[in-house]
Design a protein around this ligand. Sequence first.
Ligand code: ADP
Ligand code: MG
Length: 255
Amino acid sequence: MTETAVNMGKSDTEVKISVKGLKKSFGDNEVLKGLDVDIKSGEVVCVIGPSGSGKSTFLRCLNRLEDITAGSVRVDQFDLTNKDVDIDKVRQHIGMVFQHFNLFPHMSVVENVMLAPVQTGRSTKEQAREIAVKLLGQVGLAEKADAKPASLSGGQKQRVAISRALAMSPDIMLFDEATSALDPEMVGEVLQVLRDLAKQGMTMVVVTHEMGFAREVSDRVIFMADGYIVEEGKPESLFGNPQQQRTQDFLAKVL
Ligand code: ADP
Ligand code: MG
């Protein structure tokens, strides 16, 4: 896939997520020490870095799963630090997928995917089912619609979890180590779903240990360490010619 093809249909100007001076502390522990980053519509940004560097906390600040200690996070026209902002409304535009899938075990696959659109009153059951079946088809799980999650492999469960997030028609998707809990042979099928989403122009922030994926799919890679963005850039320059010692040391360990 050429860069031109990946970027097709992406606007160069529309800033979707704007983070300024973002700080987050848990008690005395300052975990995010002032992050500045703008993410454009359709951009795929991978976040890499050592464990404990604040990657998950950063992602969680983007839909206010964490209260922000200082600075600002803006998603579209919504300032998440403004307490008057209807956060539920903002979150409906932001899908999030975690390492652990948290599917409801007593519901079938299709019911898991239908749940949020029905519960929020966004769709009727019939509409939600139709959308869910379509989404499951897109991730290669059409034939599993009526199965219970327990009968699925880890990779299949994660694809259901992605479909569930997509059922709300988000325009931003956040992934926090979506493949880290999977057996190695299942990582590829989940990354393929992310790849397809990226091609469709979804705005994505992907925390990942999959350096090959980050290099291939992202428009930009952010390297975080100790609560800072140490370095960011296009994948070919960040992986091929890292400028900071910290980045070089990290990449030497993981590549
Ligand atoms: P990463 O995802 O890069 O591994 P995290 O964002 O999970 O890093 O964690 C960064 C730091 O924040 C760690 O020191 C972690 O212990 C701390 N931390 C994260 N969440 C909480 C929390 N809810 N309460 C207290 N400390 C937390
Ligand atoms: Mg994490």
